[in-house]
Design a binder for this molecule. Structure first.
Ligand SMILES: NC(=O)CC[C@H](N)C(=O)O
Length: 331
């Protein structure tokens, strides 16, 4: 059984929190058998279905790591949050929002349906593939590597080092992704792409193949929790208006067509990817009781076994449990 309810008034020590998180990881690791690793990008099928890890980094510097936290994995759809930020910083919010909306779709992340059925065919939001591919075309630079440069600069400020593209993952997606190519042609027809389609898709496949760890995701979450400022120096990394919009998008659209349930049962902004990563943002909260991470924290999860919506099955359950125990919900 998972360890029982936490006595929230107990003095909070790191060891105490660590023990709880370890027991929750052990419990939810067993439930990874109920999910399946993604196979439509062939290299993702090689992931360990039973892996589950979490990193939590607080504004106060307290760090809890448990389970499979040393593994590097590809960022996949979580990159959509970062390219959107980067494009907004480069071009200005209104320029980007003229080309991509901020509405949830209720459809799968790679759906073509709304591009075909709605007028105008403007992509619904930057966290589904159609919106993200549009955003990739807005990044400044002529080649995909130039376009990714501003993304890397942003990521370096958030995670403390310049990450790298996993070339095997990039090639695996590039050589199989017929659906994203189809989405690209729809966008081209609608006049939403600002760069050549080939360069745009190359940029998108490369950004999805950037390698990260759960700690990197937790650091990204922490910067967003701190309204876009560096948690140590308080220097602005992302303008507050952009950070605010991104968190609203994560809450309403970040977990694919399970975003409503995630908002209802977990209640914090988050974004997942098909490699099994999730970044979650816990803003500072005001509570009477003594609770963990009241000043806010970032959470990074890795668990490649996915549920039917394509979210990490163990990761979602783990986050739901932690959110309940620590009263993390915004609502
Ligand atoms: N949901 C995801 O993580 C999807 C990203 C993946 N690279 C794709 O485009 O299909």
């Amino acid at each position: 059984m998972v360890q029982g309810s936490v006595n929230l008034n107990t003095e909070l020590s790191k060891e105490w929190l660590q023990d709880y998180v370890d027991s929750w990881i052990n419990f939810y690791k067993k439930q990874t058998v109920d999910g399946e690793v993604a196979t439509y990008i062939p290299i993702l099928a090689e992931a360990d279905q039973h892996a589950l890890g979490i990193s939590i980094i607080g504004k106060n510097g307290v760090t809890i790591k448990s389970g499979d936290t040393e593994e590097k994995f590809t960022i996949q759809s979580i990159s959509k949050v970062l390219t959107f930020i980067s494009a907004c910083m480069d071009r200005g919010l209104s320029y980007v929002l003229n080309r991509v909306d901020v509405e949830p779709t209720g459809e799968a992340f790679n759906s073509i349906m709304h591009l075909e059925m709605k007028q105008p065919k403007k992509p619904f939001n930057p966290l589904v593939n159609s919106g993200a591919i549009t955003v990739s075309s807005l990044l400044s630079g002529k080649t995909s590597d130039q376009k990714l440069d501003s993304l890397f600069v942003l990521m370096e400020k958030m995670i403390g080092y310049r990450p790298q593209v996993n070339v095997d993952a990039y090639e695996s997606e590039r050589d199989t992704s017929m659906r994203n190519r189809s989405i690209g042609y729809y966008l081209l027809e609608g006049g939403y792409l600002e760069s050549d389609l080939g360069i745009t898709l190359e940029t998108y496949f490369k950004q999805c193949s950037i390698e990260i760890t759960t700690s990197d995701l937790a650091k990204i979450g922490l910067v967003l929790s701190n309204d876009g400022r560096d948690p140590n120096t308080e220097e602005e990394i992302i303008p507050r208006s952009v950070a605010r919009l991104v968190k609203a998008l994560m809450l309403t659209c970040g977990m694919y067509d399970a975003s409503g349930k995630f908002a209802a049962y977990v209640g914090i902004p988050a974004k997942s990817g098909v490699s099994g990563g999730i970044v979650a943002v816990v803003p500072p909260r005001v509570r009477d009781e003594e609770l963990p991470f009241l000043d806010g924290c970032g959470i990074g999860v890795f668990g490649p076994a996915l549920d039917l919506q394509g979210n990490s099955i163990g990761g979602i359950k783990l986050l739901r449990h932690i959110a309940n125990q620590w009263d993390l919900s915004l609502f």
